[in-house]
Write a protein that binds this ligand. Structure first.
Ligand SMILES: [Mg+2]
Length: 386
């Protein structure tokens, strides 16, 4: 079996590129990269000559070749995001060719279902209670709330927001909070983050995500030591080598590689192995697409310890692209497909429609003006601690 070509699909937004590897025996494999579209398209155009003609069963050799030939100009960033898409598609193809689910290829399927947490933004706060009700109806037992206005306002205003969330969820829901520290010009430092971690502990929040800027490793080492609740981050790191200093220094309780950015499933697996030796859990960042969620499920099933997946609620690219659709069971879990490959079919017609349709509404888009304005205008030293 040889890869003969690939097709790219770019839904009408700037953050996701879908890749379909085509083979000479008619089987297709799907992957996706989560990044700035133009840069990933450029990277893929350069990489294509090294993929076409390859045997998709040699997942690790082909992927390692791509890492090796891009050392000079692509250690991380869009090049690694592009390799992520190729690597995921290779795993999907290998599974389909061998008639096995990806979790079996990863070494074995330890569990038939994985709990999923519903993930939404705080904003718009006015509809938050209603959206929480909607998630409860869908069966979520765990929910994550992220980004502004949390950490872009005073501590007391942040506490009001968390009080509102906890009132709406009730005490039985696991609540996770994501500060969104990969915002440009992030302002919170160790003690600002620690104040919030202590406040979140009072409301039974399970983890505090991206409380500091992604590169603030010294801050994260101390925050993990001092915080009463778990510290999670890592969604913007690409390649296992980027995670190594955080794992070695104990700068996180939970590592959150994004499979569509980090280098694909091969890299996610290697990070999980390293993390296990360091006593750190891995819960993949899943604010991406149906391809990402399906891959996270197969990965989660392959872990012998506990697993958790992120389900970005209301994301068209998760909820309308995949067959069978992702549905929670009565325990708030997603079933791990046992069919070959990633275990989902991607609806090409819907994808093609999203490329041109003005009806397509992305769940989120990189809005430079909005992000820069938020970074510029809020959280003065006075409001941080008020
Ligand atoms: Mg996050």
């Amino acid at each position: 079996m040889r890869i003969t070509d690939w097709k790219l699909y770019t839904p009408g937004q700037d953050s996701h590129v879908f890749l379909e590897l085509v083979t000479d025996n008619g089987i297709s494999g799907w992957g996706a990269g989560f990044s700035e579209k133009g840069q990933v398209m450029g990277a893929l155009a350069w990489l294509k000559r090294f993929v076409v003609g390859e045997n998709p069963l040699e997942v690790e050799r082909v992927t390692e070749k791509l890492h090796e030939i891009t050392f000079w100009f692509g250690r991380g960033g869009a090049m690694t995001h592009a390799i992520s898409a190729i690597n995921i598609a290779l795993w999907d193809l290998a599974g389909k060719a061998l008639g096995q689910s990806v979790s079996v290829l990863l070494g074995g399927c330890h569990k038939r279902k994985v709990p999923a947490y519903g993930s939404v933004l705080f904003d718009p706060v006015g509809t938050l209670t209603e959206r929480i009700e909607g998630m409860k109806e869908k069966g979520f037992r765990a929910m994550k709330f992220g980004w502004e206005p949390f950490c872009h306002q005073s501590l007391s205003e942040d506490e009001k927001l968390i009080r509102l969330v906890r009132k709406a969820t009730g005490d039985d829901v696991t609540v996770l909070v994501d500060a969104g520290g990969s915002y440009p010009f992030w302002k919170l430092r160790l003690k600002d983050a620690l104040q919030r971690a202590k406040m979140l502990a009072d409301y039974g929040v399970y983890w505090f995500e991206e409380a500091l800027a992604p590169d603030d490793i010294e801050g994260y080492v101390r925050l993990r030591e001092l915080s009463p609740i778990k510290i999670a981050h890592g969604e913007v790191l690409a390649r296992r080598q980027s995670f190594l200093p955080y794992l070695r220094r104990g700068a996180m309780d939970i590592a959150q590689p994004d499979v569509c950015k980090v280098g694909g499933l091969s890299e996610l697996r290697r990070i999980a192995w390293l993390a296990e030796e360091a006593g750190i859990e891995v819960v993949p960042h899943g604010w991406n697409t149906a391809i990402g969620l399906a891959t996270d499920l197969q990965f989660g099933a392959s872990l012998s310890g506990r697993s958790f997946v992120e389900f970005n609620v209301g994301n068209t690219l998760i909820e309308q692209l995949a067959y069978p659709p992702f549905r929670l069971d009565k325990d708030g879990c997603l079933e791990v497909p046992s069919t070959p490959g990633l275990g989902i079919e991607i609806d090409r017609d819907v994808l093609k429609k999203f490329e041109t349709s003005s009806d397509f509404k992305p769940i989120w888009r990189w809005d430079e003006e909005k992000l820069f304005e938020a970074a510029r205008s809020q959280v003065t030293p006075e409001t941080i601690s008020s």
